[in-house]
Design a protein around this ligand. Structure first.
Ligand code: NDP
Length: 243
């Protein structure tokens, strides 16, 4: 199966580190012009060195107005990956208003904001497009100390379905992936210690997902090979959800 992104323009949020960075680099290698968006300048300086196809956008997706302006400025894109996200570690009885608002703002509200700008351009150009939202297995099972995060990702799952419904007639496909634990900075912070062991043991494949497992799935969903996939919530968790 051949996948190429020659002639495409892509926007990847949270592209400074981890999964988003790997997706941005892979898309650039596949021929796309990539707008790598993140909020740490040093990360953007470093990803720019990976490929002449990569351009950078420095903005915090949590700032609705500034982010909207930055995305509008980047111009037409055919591919969007809403990846920027933060974790959360408060048990249900400890959730604070600040933590709840911040997690929902960055993980959910920002994806709506960015997708709206991008999709309006796609609709106006009448050439379709593909969007992938990076959700989590945490939207589908109950995990300890994950209420805010899980709610944000469950919201993103349903936003994905709504986008699939309303944007599909414009030939814009929206899908989401729901990875299990991946050992990025975020993965290490929440699951890097003893608490990760039972999760690995519970996973039928007996391992965590690699960044490449997520990247390959996202590239497929963005590509024309997935032309009939729209509104899919695709777990990448080695079968943990069947247990
Ligand atoms: P990392 O923490 O390794 O990287 C996240 C990237 O997103 C960083 O570059 C970070 O920038 C950026 N980012 C975060 N908040 C903002 C913001 N407000 N504005 C702009 N950029 C921002 O996380 P992962 O790569 O692990 O996670 C990527 C996505 O995958 C997230 O949506 C996460 O929820 C999801 N996911 C991760 C899993 C895991 O186990 N790792 C499992 C399932 C889903 P900076 O460092 O400057 O804050």
């Amino acid at each position: 199966m051949e996948i190429t992104f020659e002639g495409k323009r892509a926007l990847v949020t949270g592209a400074g580190k981890g999964i988003g960075r790997a997706i941005a680099i892979a898309l650039a290698k596949g021929g796309a012009v990539v707008y790598a968006l993140s909020r740490t300048q040093a990360d953007l300086d470093s990803i720019k060195k990976e490929s002449s196809n990569i351009k950078t956008i420095f903005v915090d997706v949590g700032d609705w107005a500034k982010c909207r302006e930055a995305v509008e400025k980047c111009g037409p894109v055919e591919l969007l990956v809403n990846n920027a996200g933060i974790g959360s570690n408060q048990s249900f009885l400890e959730i604070t208003e600040g933590e709840w608002d911040s997690v929902l703002n960055i993980n959910l509200k920002a994806s709506v904001n960015i997708s709206q700008v991008v999709a309006k351009g796609m609709v106006a150009r009448k050439q379709g497009g593909a969007i992938v939202n990076i959700s989590s297995q945490a939207s589908m099972i109950a995990l300890p100390k994950h209420t805010s995060y899980a709610a944000s990702k469950a919201g993103l799952d349903q936003v994905t379905r709504m986008m699939a419904l309303e944007l599909g007639p414009h030939n814009i496909r929206t899908n989401c992936v729901n990875p299990g634990i991946v050992m990025t900075d975020m993965g290490r912070e929440h699951w890097g210690g003893e608490e990760g062991k039972p999760m690995k043991e519970r996973t039928p494949l007996k391992r965590f997902a690699e960044i490449s497992d997520v990247v390959n799935t996202v590239l497929y969903l963005l590509s024309d090979q997935a032309a009939m996939l729209n509104g899919v919530l695709l777990p990448i968790e080695g079968g943990l959800l069947v247990t």
